[in-house]
Design a protein around this ligand. Structure first.
Ligand code: VGL
Ligand code: ZN
Length: 240
């Protein structure tokens, strides 16, 4: 444990010192993120319920784990988001008479896709995948814990008004750049990346470190919406 931690810290410190101001500029010019003290990796919802065997399994969702682990140790700043719903949450189809998963209903804040029950407090499905191994991650931001409001985004709930605190946290810590990975590309990764960009962060999504649900074209739309906000779609190799 101590050894691994020491190594991670050394790697992070080494990574940080590689990025001089000129290197940061040249990385950005090439469309890739500088990985320095101002950069945070945001690992979105890598939880059992979103992996094969889970209650809202994302196809091949578990394949992101090894990729997240590999890139995670390159970042000094790592934040996890965790989808975290009470029983009977309003995003669950089971809370709406006559509705089934993937139906869409109108909520006071707009359309809401209904999901199978998932990521309920204290369930095994809400836990992070067992193999997720980024021991130096500093913060876990839970979201979707208010019964009447969903939250795909790690920054802002679906009412688009209630903040989770993540924006303030990153700002206070001097983070100006976000690299977003995890599950699912077209829902929580998408909304988190869009809100990161709206918060003024230079934002990247790493393609192979995400997997999608893809409901009725949602994946293509997600990439287009992210691109429109200036979110850059990159590959692991672009991390240098
Ligand atoms: C998610 C649907 C419902 C996600 C969370 O993590 O993408 N999707 N809750
Ligand atoms: Zn959810």
């Amino acid at each position: 444990m101590t050894d691994r931690f020491t190594l991670d810290r050394r790697a992070a410190i080494a990574g940080a010192t590689l990025f001089t101001a000129a290197a940061v500029r040249s990385a950005a010019a090439q469309g890739r993120p500088a990985i320095d003290a101002q950069t945070a990796l945001i690992v979105v919802d890598v939880q059992n319920d979103f992996c094969p065997g889970g209650r809202l399994a994302v196809p091949k969702g578990d394949e992101v784990v090894a990729v997240c682990n590999a890139i995670g140790r390159r970042f000094q700043n790592v934040v996890f988001t965790q989808d975290w719903h009470p029983e009977g949450h309003s995003s669950f189809a089971s809370s709406h008479a006559g509705k089934k998963p993937f139906d869409v209903v109108q909520m006071p804040y707009g359309p809401q896709v209904l999901w199978p029950d998932h990521c309920t407090w204290d369930s095994a499905g809400a836990e992070f995948h067992d193999s997720l191994d980024i021991p130096h991650a500093q913060t876990i931001v839970r979201k979707g814990y208010r019964k009447e409001v969903d939250s795909y985004s790690g920054f802002l709930e679906a009412d688009r008004r209630t903040t989770t605190g993540l924006g303030g946290y990153l700002k206070e810590r001097g983070v100006t750049r976000a690299v977003v990975v995890g599950l699912a590309t077209d829902f929580c990764v998408n909304w988190t990346a869009q809100d990161a960009a709206k918060a003024g962060l230079e934002t990247y999504v790493v393609e192979e470190a995400c997997r999608a649900i893809d409901l009725g074209g949602s994946l293509d739309k997600a990439w287009a919406d992210m691109a429109a906000l200036g979110v850059k779609r990159i590959k692991v190799a672009d991390l240098g």
